[in-house]
Ligand binder design. Structure first.
Ligand code: 13P
Ligand code: SF4
Length: 330
């Protein structure tokens, strides 16, 4: 099997690694040698977060990808994030440690079906959450993330008709916050839909002083109970700014690593899923490992590419989001 066939099947180059190698040192060395930067999402495993040059939420990562002067971007996250980096920096090599790191939310909105859906609402503006494919972004007018969705919708005229996709939960949250009547695509994230209302109620009773914080990809029944709703960066900031000593966290478990680092004297409890066998890990985010990150930097594979005609169309709605965010100081 050649290297490209192997990537096609496994998602990464499966090469033996010398067990005596210090992967942290090797990654640092390769980064300097190749002028590479590592951008990591908060949902990555702790070792990856610790070696990254920048850790952030989807908005922060897009902003970094747009302004980096590195030759290589290693994107420790999922496929749609690496695609967004490629769209914003097409001349750079964008690598993803495991190219099969996908996203259930992105998968819930196939572009050909969304194009048909969009045809039914010809006078609507299309806002898409960044958690979607490059092809879907190319069908959009503005992209948003969980940290700016409310402000982006509010920046539009009140009578503007809007289609919002693919996340129905974030869409419903934005409708509630802005009072706008948007047409929603029926998509969702498998991690954020797993939380159990009943078990959260019981957990809150056992920890009456804990603050309950949630990501807006969660369902409305969960968000209704939250003391604070925000993007991963927003949630992290809240745990620093709020004097409470205990927090129940309804989002992917990876963010707890940064919460503990930023607040060594505070306790973070993952919100319970509705099935005792389930956990709050995103199986897509967690496909990346330190070993795969090392191999991808060493081999400069797997690389994420986007056809130039898609880049040209998808770039505008992402840049529109970045411009609005900059104007609003987000
Ligand atoms: P944010 O990083 O924007 O909070 O999004 C969370 C997420 O689900 C990324 O896949
Ligand atoms: Fe996609 Fe959900 Fe995983 Fe984020 S946490 S990458 S939205 S499946």
């Amino acid at each position: 099997m050649n290297i490209l066939e192997e990537i096609n099947i496994k998602g990464f180059v499966d090469e033996p690694i010398d067990p005596t190698l210090d992967l942290f040192e090797e990654i640092e060395r390769l980064k300097k040698e190749k002028n590479a930067v590592i951008l990591a999402h908060y949902y990555q495993e702790p070792d990856i977060q610790d070696i990254a040059d920048y850790i952030g939420d989807s908005l922060g990562l897009s902003q970094q990808a747009a302004k980096t002067d590195a030759d290589i971007i290693v994107f420790a996250g999922v496929h749609f994030m690496a695609e967004t980096a490629k769209i914003l920096s097409p001349s750079k090599t964008v690598l993803l440690p495991d190219v099969k790191a996908g996203c259930s939310l992105s998968d819930s909105c196939p572009p050909h079906l969304f194009a048909k859906f969009k045809e039914k609402y010809p006078d609507h503006l299309v806002i898409t959450y960044v958690n979607c494919t490059a092809e879907l972004k190319a069908l959009s007018d503005i992209v948003c993330t969980s940290s700016n969705a409310v402000q982006i919708v509010e920046s539009l005229p009140k009578d503007q008709k809007i289609i919002f996709g693919p996340d129905k939960n974030l869409g419903a949250y934005v409708i509630k916050k802005t009072g706008r009547d948007m047409v929603l695509w029926n998509g969702a994230c498998m991690v954020h839909e797993i939380f159990s209302e009943q078990r959260i109620v019981k957990l809150k009773e056992r920890h009456p002083n804990a603050r309950f914080i949630a990501h807006p990809e969660c369902e409305d029944v969960v968000l209704k109970m939250a003391d604070y709703v925000g993007s991963t960066t927003g949630l992290l900031k809240y745990t620093v700014d709020n004097p409470a000593k205990e927090f129940i966290v309804a989002t992917e478990s990876g963010i707890i690593h940064q919460m503990e680092k930023a607040n060594p004297d505070k306790v973070f409890i993952p919100a319970p899923p509705n099935n005792a066998c389930a956990c709050n890990d995103c199986p897509h985010m967690k496909r990346n490992t330190l070993e795969k990150l090392y191999l991808c930097l060493k081999n400069e594979l797997p690389e994420v590419t986007v056809p130039m005609n898609v880049i040209e169309k998808a770039r505008k709605p992402i840049e529109r989001m970045l411009e609005i965010s900059e104007r609003l100081g987000l």
